[in-house]
Design a protein around this ligand. Structure first.
Ligand code: HEC
Length: 131
């Protein structure tokens, strides 16, 4: 009887340990998040573009009209890498309580907007004229 009890205890311990060792969740979740952060979400990007960019870049705007088709995919990538911050660094947005653009448009939001603009750029599969 003692022997059986002993075996049951060992068995429970072993299965318990193997469950912990085989748990795959944590590393996978981190990888997924990293992948998402790099690619962004085009639908969210479109929403953010309309909310945060378009009013300053309408056809009658002094800052030039923009749509995803204004640039090619490579030109958008280069623009965000080299010029976006130069152009928008010291700007406040009158339509958003005169808050600085750098505060309103966070790095995460920029990733979504960039994804949207690249996905519908002039030389993309689905060019889009409206923002
Ligand atoms: C408060 C107004 C304002 C908002 C909001 C704004 N911009 Fe601008 N944008 C400017 C100004 C000012 C320039 C500087 C260039 C100029 O006036 O010719 C500029 C320039 C640009 C240019 C370069 C145009 C060209 O071909 O020379 C691009 C591209 C651009 N903005 C994209 C964006 C994106 C993307 C967003 C949203 C995240 C955005 N802008 C939000 C004011 C704004």
């Amino acid at each position: 009887m003692k022997k059986i009890l002993f075996l049951v205890i060992i068995f429970t311990l072993l299965t318990g340990i193997s469950e912990v060792v085989n748990h795959p969740g944590i590393a996978d979740a981190e990888n997924n998040q990293a992948a998402k952060a790099i690619t962004g979400n085009s639908k969210k990007g479109k929403y953010f573009y309309k909310d945060m960019c378009r009013h300053c870049h309408m056809p009658d705007s002094p800052h030039k009209e923009l749509t995803p088709m204004t640039k090619t995919m490579d030109q958008w990538k280069r623009y965000f890498k080299l010029k976006y911050f130069l152009h928008h660094n010291n700007i406040v947005d009158p339509q958003k309580d005169n808050k600085p653009l750098t505060e309103l448009v966070t790095p995460e939001i920029i990733i979504h907007i960039k994804t949207f603009l690249i996905k519908h750029a002039a030389d993309s599969d689905q060019p889009q004229t409206c923002g």
